[in-house]
Design a protein around this ligand. Sequence first.
Ligand SMILES: NC(=O)c1ccc[n+]([C@@H]2O[C@H](COP(=O)([O-])OP(=O)(O)OC[C@H]3O[C@@H](n4cnc5c(N)ncnc54)[C@H](OP(=O)(O)O)[C@@H]3O)[C@@H](O)[C@H]2O)c1
Length: 177
Amino acid sequence: MTNYVYIATSLDGFIATNEGHLDWLDEIPNPEKSDYGYAEFMAAIDALVMGRKTFDKVRSFDLWPYDKPVYVLSSGKPDVPDGLQDKIKVVNQSPREVVDRLHGLGYQNLYIDGGRTIQEFLQADLIDEMIITRVPVLLGNGIPLFSKLSQRLYFSHEKTEILNGILVKSHYVRLRE
Ligand SMILES: NC(=O)c1ccc[n+]([C@@H]2O[C@H](COP(=O)([O-])OP(=O)(O)OC[C@H]3O[C@@H](n4cnc5c(N)ncnc54)[C@H](OP(=O)(O)O)[C@@H]3O)[C@@H](O)[C@H]2O)c1
């Protein structure tokens, strides 16, 4: 059972502008149209857990990009288009409750996505592995990947790859006693 973070950040640790824009990701030259290992990562994932704001962003794309169950965290009732009714489930639960629920359904490997959502899972020490791709830009401001924690969390460094000579993709695994 593994809870993963797989995300891109600016050098100064932001995952989107304050307005939620990702244009700084789209600007990266990618002449060979590499997916940078995303499909391989997704193949090992059983279900996704994402914050409502990340859901709002993803649903604005032309195509729904996931073929796995998606659980959207929200304290409200986000508008879910008809075409997505059977693909997502809105849940209003703590990270621990969501993880227990999904494990109970047989989902072992979870992809946790969204800034605040990841921060809540880290605060509850429910993140096991983080694959973080650093983009060489300083956004100066935006939505942060990390926030304050009430305890230190140590990770081992598994590997780092340089992609297209531009991106630095590092894989960290939580070290627990
Ligand atoms: N760079 C990247 O690779 C990357 C990856 C993913 C996302 N992003 C970007 O990150 C931005 C979104 O991140 P974010 O930090 O603003 O928000 P987020 O984590 O995606 O969503 C936050 C929302 O999730 C809901 N939520 C979180 N925890 C909850 C809980 N325990 N119970 C109930 N509801 C809970 C709340 O929704 P309600 O307000 O509805 O209650 C909260 O407002 C977007 O712009 C997205 O494009 C970037």
